[in-house]
Design a protein around this ligand. Structure first.
Ligand SMILES: O=P(O)(O)OC[C@H]1O[C@H](O)[C@H](O)[C@@H](O)[C@@H]1O
Length: 546
């Protein structure tokens, strides 16, 4: 069944939510806590190694009920079945969206266009496993008969961000291989990486779903040329492997058919780390850990599919985000992991969230008359506290923030961890409670400030508080919990796309950029400059002549 085409603002729930918002905004989150001593327990969910506390937000059970009614009116339940059963919910590209099948450990078969993809998935996973084990055990060798020490992933967007984020996050579980990522078509960066590696012991994974992406092909070509300065043509087969749907183009590039790891149209680039695009991950942390990552994700899939919406983590977080975005008018959301390992989580989710839901055309082809896709950004705490937290605390913008932290550190550095996590808890409390005028005065008095000084400084020192946060407190950063965390955000994206009545799985906006860059490249490389606006023409001219 195709996704319903329902304008969310025309539902009964939306209208009620508008009225409810007018009342709800008069209350502060602090007051909600004062009125209900049980609020924290009521508004939190324990699931596996996750504890998700969403109580520090300006919503009540009534809000949640109305949002659940909204989910019902836009037929979220049917949409979830369509998503998991492989219906072509990516309608503008006529494709299924089945990254969840990649991590399914059940015996269920998935059929896409008459093909049993379960067998394809298993076959590719086995191929990855054999390959990874051969590389890690040293059985597979380079052209000078040495074992591999280094992997370089060459890809961009979904063929880079997922693997780069996970490899960084799971460093603690690292195999013996060093990993580098080349994504930007910035030749200087390519050279910086080449300086660090030895062609005799480096394996190159060229990852590109389409194998037509300019950046990846240019980078792969440059790296191959560099490699051939050291080795012979027949050595390429030992050092270059590819992950792609486009077997023809990969073969044209010169990669041996045996070295191709397939992927499929029904996996979106930004959801592809679970496919063979995860080959660099499996090489970096070992195949078993890659499998555990998939296991964590599939557990979250089951939670999402099977749990009633009022206790369903991705559904509730998506509804809350709609509440903030469409009623409170929040434009951005921050993601603050309290671990340096997750420093690439925000850039990774920026693609997932903003490429998916950055759409302004509804599923009926008409422009939407409401806000869609949130802007997401973030950096690990505590660093971010010393950078942009001032604006979250005292700026004019409302920025709902997800705090992600872990109970146990990986190396047992308890002293550090206590300090790290005391900041984690203190920030959400401060954002909620703020600091009242009375507290400020008492503080000043204790410091022996004069009445005059106190008066002048009060407005600057008062914190309004009332800033919404979620806390995701997870037992420990492991491949499994990380897989579940990523899947949680993937499903949040899905739910929001369903409610906003947009297609979340295409990315025509990015395609346009690719075409335009090609036309400018022609102008740069030829004598003539074709028609452009006068500013662009002036800039290209300066670039060519200076
Ligand atoms: O994997 P590729 O085909 O090279 O595509 C890489 C990236 O290209 C574009 O930026 C798309 O918008 C992304 O979704 C995709 O991940």
């Amino acid at each position: 069944m195709a996704l319903a085409k329902i304008n969310p603002t025309e539902t009964t729930a939306w209208k009620k939510l508008n009225d409810h918002y007018a009342e709800q905004k008069k209350q502060s989150i602090k007051e909600l806590f004062q009125n209900d001593s049980n609020r924290a327990a009521k508004f939190s969910i324990e699931w596996e190694d996750f504890f998700v506390d969403y109580s520090k937000n300006n919503w009540t059970q009534e809000t949640i009920n109305l949002l659940l009614q909204l989910a019902e009116e836009v037929e979220l339940k049917n949409a979830i079945s369509s998503y998991f059963s492989g219906e072509k919910i990516n309608e503008t590209e006529n494709r299924a969206v089945l990254h969840t099948a990649l991590r399914s450990f059940s015996n269920e078969s998935f059929i896409v266009d008459g093909t049993n993809i379960t067998e394809d998935i298993q076959h590719t996973k086995n191929k990855m496993k054999v390959f990874v084990n051969e590389v890690l055990s040293g059985a597979r060798k380079g052209y000078t008969n040495q074992s591999f020490t280094t992997v370089v992933n060459i890809g961009i967007g979904g063929s880079d961000l997922g693997p780069a984020m996970i490899v960084e996050a799971l460093q603690f579980y690292k195999s013996s291989l060093q990993t580098h990522f080349i994504s930007n078509v910035d030749g200087d960066h390519v050279q910086e990486i080449l300086k660090k590696i030895n062609p005799e012991t480096t394996l190159f994974v060229v990852a590109s779903k389409t194998f037509t992406t300019q950046e990846t092909l240019t980078n792969a070509e440059t790296v191959r040329k560099w490699f051939l300065q050291h080795a012979n043509q027949e050595d390429v087969a030992k050092h270059f492997v590819a992950v792609s749907t486009n077997l023809e183009k990969v073969t044209e590039f010169g990669i041996a058919p045996d070295n191709i790891f397939p992927m499929w149209d029904w996996v979106g680039g930004r959801f592809s780390l679970w496919s063979a695009v995860g080959l660099s991950i499996a090489l970096a942390v070992g195949f078993d850990n890659f499998d555990k990552l998939l296991l964590g994700a599939t557990k979250m899939d089951s939670h999402f599919k099977e749990t009633s919406f009022d206790k369903n983590i991705p559904v509730l977080l998506a509804l809350l985000s709609i509440w903030h975005n469409n009623f409170f008018g929040a434009e951005t959301e921050a993601l603050i992991p309290y671990t340096q390992y997750l420093q690439k989580l925000a850039p990774y989710l920026q693609q997932g969230i903003m490429e998916s839901n950055g759409k302004s055309i509804a599923r009926n082809g008409q422009p939407v008359n409401y806000q869609t896709g949130t802007i997401v950004w973030g950096e690990p705490g505590t660093n971010s506290q010393h950078a942009f937290f001032q604006l979250i605390h005292q700026g004019t913008k409302l920025i709902p923030t997800d705090f992600i932290g872990f109970i146990h550190p990986l190396y047992g550095e308890q002293d550090h961890h206590n300090k790290l996590m005391s900041n984690f808890f203190a920030q959400t409390e401060a954002l909620l409670m703020g600091k009242t005028k009375e507290q400020v005065i008492a503080e000043f008095k204790a410091q022996g400030k004069t009445e005059e000084q106190v008066k002048e400084l009060i407005p600057f020192k008062v914190f309004e508080g009332n800033k919404p946060t979620n806390t995701l407190l997870i037992d420990k950063l492991t491949p499994e919990t990380l897989g579940a965390l990523v899947a949680l955000y993937e499903h949040k994206i899905f739910v929001q796309g369903v409610i906003w009545n947009i297609y979340s799985y295409d990315q025509w906006g990015v395609e346009l950029g690719k075409q335009l860059a090609n036309s400018v490249l022609k102008d740069i490389e030829s004598e003539e400059i074709s028609a452009h606006d006068s500013s662009t023409k002036q800039l290209i001219k300066r670039f060519k002549t200076k």
